[in-house]
Design a protein around this ligand. Structure first.
Ligand SMILES: Cc1cc2nc3c(=O)[nH]c(=O)nc-3n(C[C@H](O)[C@H](O)[C@H](O)COP(=O)(O)O)c2cc1C
Length: 492
């Protein structure tokens, strides 16, 4: 049976001291939909096999939907029964051309047509790829899960080689532990006072800063001086009331020492001028104290929540001003490893660009996006969402949860890596940071891999050898993964 203690002992070294994350003990039946056409030889499937070695109390049943799609097209009854028997449906697939392999795409059509009773079950995703548009594949699955009433718990977007390295192995186990924890949280939601309702409210996890832009209550004295300005200020203040309510509710839920930083109260001298004064030593040309304010009052927090009201399809002018002024940090991801969250008053379903922006910012910054609680444009506060966000942030801080980056993070940092390399003479602080953190992972450094590819390429150039090895390529590629699994088996 899965318990947090088991996972702690097996999958993860001690988390940060602080709250205890309680778990309800329960069995979990997982149905793995292996979407890779390579079936048993799928690299992605090896990650699931690896996880299985460390969580022996989770049952993983696999349907090779990618390799056997014709079979399911002829008869879906076995698949339907398996789907209905599962607690959690795990979509395990390689990213194929911006989406999932066509075979898995077809299986989803069949799933929907089958009328299988799966609404309310959990879903998760494990993918491998080169991170080239993995996000579009993930959104495709999430969208279809929502159509079928499945509750998505998360995505592990691994590089195809991740499992061969310690970091990738740890990320896989951390991810599964997070999925199990999230499932417990979801199951406990609605059962007030449930023992799974952690974290303990009186134990602080750390310090959290809420960065926001709230209109102040207008001063009565303004009324006499400028009636129109007073009326406008009153309207602005009233418009921010739902957001104030969200912040209040979040602070009541969060097991953090929270501090609200209202950007209206900071005396900004202006927006970033793009003067590059900060390039060599990180100090801004403006002398309004922003550098210190940012570094001492915000960046030292264990977690940051941004709270805003959707305005003009954006977070509003002041939040943008704040973002641009952070250029005093250049391209350095100074808060990486620390989670972020959002409280948003507005209908995000109508704002796909804002959603992408929030995810991409977190990805490039190396911050786990713990969640976005939004009013959806309605009057009522989303109580469940706020509670979930607070708990997920607490979990992420306690366990230093940091899943691998997706296309937004990997792609974005490759652009910065190349830029800073070329501009190292000017962007000295960035260059130092990138060197210190191993960001210069240029492909030409991997001479061994390039040589191996020349060898394989040479062999595949011969028609006779191509015939002999062609069909065995995927098996050959699996050899190093098999070694990792054998080692895991011995450990397990
Ligand atoms: C037809 C095809 C399309 C692919 N498209 C993408 C892609 O869009 N993005 C990406 O990052 N990787 C892409 N890949 C690479 C695979 O996602 C990657 O090799 C994956 O790890 C294979 O996993 P598997 O062994 O489980 O099938 C593609 C591979 C193939 C064969």
């Amino acid at each position: 049976m899965f318990t947090q203690e088991t996972a702690d002992a097996q999958a993860k070294p001690e988390g940060r001291p602080g709250i205890s994350i309680k778990h309800k003990e329960k069995d979990m039946k997982i149905l793995v939909l292996n979407g890779s056409p390579t079936g048993e030889n799928s690299i992605t499937l090896q990650t699931v096999n690896y996880i299985g070695e460390f969580f022996p109390d989770c049952t993983f049943d696999v349907l090779h939907v990618g390799a056997r799609i014709r079979l399911y097209e002829n008869d879906f009854s076995e698949a339907k029964a398996a789907l209905e028997a599962a607690d959690l449906i795990l979509f395990c697939y390689p990213v194929y051309t911006f989406l999932v392999p066509a075979q898995l795409h077809r299986f989803i059509e069949l799933m929907k047509e089958s009328g299988a009773e799966i609404a309310g079950k959990f879903a998760a995703q494990i993918t491998t790829s080169l991170h080239f548009y993995d996000v579009t594949a993930h959104r495709f699955i999430e969208g279809n899960c929502a159509d079928m009433g499945l509750r998505s718990l998360g995505v592990l977007s691994a590089d195809m080689e991740d499992l061969l390295h310690e970091k990738g192995q740890k990320e896989a186990l951390d991810f599964w532990r997070f999925v199990m924890w999230s499932a417990d949280q979801e199951a406990a939601a609605g059962h007030a006072g449930s023992p799974a309702a952690d974290p303990e409210p009186d134990a602080w996890v750390g310090k959290l800063v809420i960065v926001t832009d709230l209109a102040p209550e207008p001063d009565e004295s303004l009324r006499a001086a400028d009636e129109a300005a007073y009326e406008k200020a009153l309207l602005d203040h009233a418009a921010d009331m739902p957001l104030r309510g969200m912040i209040r509710a979040f602070r009541a839920e969060a097991p953090f020492k929270t501090k609200v930083v209202n950007l209206r109260e900071f005396p900004f001298k202006g927006g970033c001028l793009g003067c590059f004064h900060c390039a060599s030593d990180g100090t801004c040309i403006y002398q309004d104290g922003f550098d210190e304010f940012l570094r001492k009052k915000i960046q030292r927090a264990d977690a940051i929540v941004y709270a805003y009201r959707v305005k003009d399809h954006s977070m509003g002018y002041r939040m943008k001003l704040f973002d641009d002024r952070q250029f005093c940090n250049g391209h350095r991801t100074v808060t990486m490893g620390r989670p972020v969250g959002y409280l948003v008053d507005g209908d995000l379903s109508a704002e796909p660009n804002l959603q992408m922006l929030m995810e991409a910012r977190a990805q490039v910054g190396g911050n786990f996006l713990a969640g976005i609680a939004s009013t959806g444009g309605a009057e009522a506060l989303p109580a469940g969402q706020i509670e979930r966000l607070a708990r997920t942030l607490a979990y992420a801080v306690k366990y230093e949860y940091q899943p691998p980056k997706n296309f937004y993070g990997v792609g974005g940092l490759k652009i910065f890596r190349d830029l800073i390399w070329q501009m190292q003479g000017l962007m000295k602080e960035d260059h130092r940071f990138y060197k210190a953190h191993g960001f210069y992972d240029f492909p030409q450094k991997r001479a061994g891999r390039m040589l191996a590819m020349y060898l394989v390429g040479g062999m595949m150039g011969s028609k006779t050898l191509q015939k002999k090895i062609g069909g065995k390529m995927t098996e050959g590629m699996l050899l190093p993964y098999r070694k990792v699994l054998e080692k895991a088996r011995r450990k397990g």
